[in-house]
Write a protein of this length. Sequence first.
Lengths: 262, 124
Amino acid sequence: MTHDGNTSYVERIRSDTRDYLEGILEENGRLRRMAASLESEVLRLREEQVEQKRHSLELREELERFKSEKLRLELELGEISAANGRYLDQAQVVERQNNDLAHFFIASDRLAGTSDRERILLSVEEILANFVACEEFVVQVGTDSDDRRILLAIGIDEESAAALLKDSQLLAEALTTGEVVQPPLQRTGLEGRSIPRITAVVPLRIDDRMLGAIVLFRLLPQKTRLEEGDLELLRILGLHGGTALVASGLRPRPSIVREVSA
Amino acid sequence: MLSKKKILLVDDSATALLMEKMVLQREAYDLIEARNGEEALDKAKSEHPDLILLDVIMPQLDGFQTCRALRDHAETRNTPVIMVTTRGEPVNIEKGYTSGCTDYVMKPIDSFELLTKIRSYLET
């Protein structure tokens, strides 16, 4: 090889080496830029992860708050339901009292509104059937055993009623005290059915003078006992009924008038 | 403005009618009365009540017969009928439903129960 040949070879080697170095440097630069980009991406992802963790924590806290709030509302709902139940019970009590008051008013109104004996007795019958749920009763006048007569008998024949009342202690007590009287216990017959018995005796009176009595026997099946409102109504019935019957022309004979005992 | 609901009260007892009116007058209902089954049928057709409160024990046409007659007429076939029974035995209740009543209440009437039932039928 000649000197010129050597020079061009060396130049070619230099050129190739230069190209190669440039290529490597370029590749190096590209790789550095890629590395920088990846580092930025890593940083960004790390920040995003931190943000997500923070957000997740916030969501958990919010969930806990919702759970507490839900529990609080459930407790409040329970209290409101309980209060509702109490108000409903109270409303029913008040309604029952209103019912009783309406009964008292109507009974007084019906008995004071007429002096016709038939209408008075019809009013007594309707009041006992509709308000007290009594299906067997008699209205008897006279206070001595030999002077009694039955003005009205519903659901029971007069003979049976008279027999039951003949030596009745309850009747005697009612006519003596002037108060509504009830027996203490329910008797049942051998077959388990209740035998005709006196449920209550209501003295018919005008002021302190006894005229007779309304005697209640059997109540309707849905009525197991007389309530406080019923007893008050019966008292009104005895008082206003007695007054109405006297106004209708029923005159108590002096011998049958019995004063209330002191 | 909504018109008042109309209720026909049927009972041969003046005392019972008076009580029903006192209870129902608390609410904004128009109340009409009939004292027997025949009168109830006439008034049901002429007045077109929204609900009928019907006593069972009535002379001549009792509540069961009246209810059946109401169901036989196109004008009153779908009118709610609440029967007012004196006796609450199952056989009487069944008789009421068989005759076509919608519901029943027993005497002595519980005003709370009556108002609750009437509201449920008139407000649906």
